[in-house]
Design a binder for this molecule. Sequence first.
Ligand SMILES: Cc1cc2nc3c(=O)[nH]c(=O)nc-3n(C[C@H](O)[C@H](O)[C@H](O)COP(=O)(O)OP(=O)(O)OC[C@H]3O[C@@H](n4cnc5c(N)ncnc54)[C@H](O)[C@@H]3O)c2cc1C
Length: 547
Amino acid sequence: MRILIIGAVAAGTSAAAKARRNSEDAEIVIYEKDSDISYSGCGMPYYLGGHMENEDELTPRDPAFFKSKYNVDALIRHEVLSIDPEQKHITVKNLQTGAVFADAYDKLIISTGASAVVPPIQGADKAHVFSMRNVNDTRSIKAFMDQKQPKTAAIIGSGFIGLEMSETLKSLGLQVTVIEKLPQVSPALDADMAVHVEEYLKQQGVAVYTDADIREITGDAVILSDDTRIPAELVLMATGVRPNTALAKAAGIELGVAGAIRVNTRMQTNLPDIYACGDCIELFDVVTGKPFYRPLGSTANKTGRIAGDNVTGRDLEFRGVLGTGIFRVFELAVAHTGLSERDAKAQGFDTVVCHNTKVDRPEYMGGREMIIKAVADRKTGRIIGAQIVGYGGVDKRIDVFVLAITAKMKAEDLFHLDLAYAPPFSTTKDPVMYTGMILENAIHRDRKQVTAQELDQIMQSGEPYTLIDTRVKAQYDAGHIETAQSIPHAQLRATADTLDKDRITITYCNKGVTGNATQNILLAKGFKKVYSLSGGRKQYQKTHPKR
Ligand SMILES: Cc1cc2nc3c(=O)[nH]c(=O)nc-3n(C[C@H](O)[C@H](O)[C@H](O)COP(=O)(O)OP(=O)(O)OC[C@H]3O[C@@H](n4cnc5c(N)ncnc54)[C@H](O)[C@@H]3O)c2cc1C
């Protein structure tokens, strides 16, 4: 059997390795039009930032490695020009010699990945404007920096690559500005979580412009449509990717969301013996079951393995993904999995949301606060999404949520998890468990939460409400939500009977714990509609800085 693979980064090489593990007899050939194979694209910002001694650490494998370890022929600088599904062959051009030839397959795997999107901005074709998708892009950026020694940089786009690069460029001594056209940075997060990231970036000395409309890139600046001039001797476009599917489309292969190749759970396309995997394919969401496009290295490796398994007659099946992502910017870790509140609402879920601020381990062990925003489905009680921003242990917590969502666990199940505890690692009740408790209380025990946005809606609705600041008077005097009255927790039992029990009543403290305690008191005293402000005033202030 002859297996041909197009593209040799994460998905293609994973597919080749798995196919070889399954079959010693197959002939396996990978065609790659670029000069590098099987590299760590994810490591490129860290290579530029000086975390690797030399470039070899980024590109640890070459065709000789694939030949000796896997008996796979990886032909670089070979571009596949077309696929003929009828004749079952592909046309290949050797980019070094110019020779064009046909190669026949029994099974074909398309792993052509994705390419950086460059928006049509005037000046985007200038020599100091870069994208960062492959090792050659990275080499170009490095060479430019070595030669021109830029002092200022603008990063257009604030997804994980843009923000990782803001750290890299800042650490190399450049003055860095992040420019985002949306009203928030880090578009995968809900706005009320992204605000933590934006605030932190600014604290690190990275300038941030959101809602920004770029008019032009000049030789040394990015000019916004309101005439703001952002100094930029280097410009990085981190504006997303689109799947490389022209080859597949021309061959009659069905495309789906975002123009990505539609595959079944075995990575089969609609054409016989043609498979696809990696950043060029459409995926499906574990929570909704719906197709979506989420190009990530973790998934490219997984889908590559599944394709490799199936072309060799085995039956590994894809189970969908949650779109889980994590990145670090300076010391801040940012992670998300499953549906954001925004996406869950758009999908028609009746969401229950909480913001839980807790230390990742005791303060005496260096613990620092993390904020977990979790989203549950009121109807089923299931956890459907989580976002975490913090300094320590964010990776472990997000992976617990990944497991919980994948296993269709309910909010109340989180409390029962026997999570590892010792002071260097966690608190006795882990922040994940607290999150489950808050959500369970909201879903089943009438301890409802309102988000800052929902509080705004109540305030603007014209319906009478009572907003209680439960902190001590000195904290209230130092600043409070404007229509709140001060009733410190210790005085609430004595004062509660003077309040209207039929009114919507919202309590808040600093982070949510005392707000919840007062909510309990009011409910016990017969108040009908009591809410606690999710994440307390601290979270509210992030989206309402003046209050
Ligand atoms: C800076 C950066 C940081 C990242 N960090 C992370 C991270 O932290 N975590 C994470 O999960 N993901 C991360 N990613 C994403 C990850 O790198 C990609 O998801 C992964 O590389 C996808 O692998 P792939 O093999 O599907 O596609 P690609 O990497 O796009 O490779 C496809 C290959 O196919 C070749 N090809 C295309 N057409 C042809 C043709 N006609 N003939 C021959 N060859 C062809 C291309 O030249 C390319 O080399 C990052 C990406 C970047 C750029």
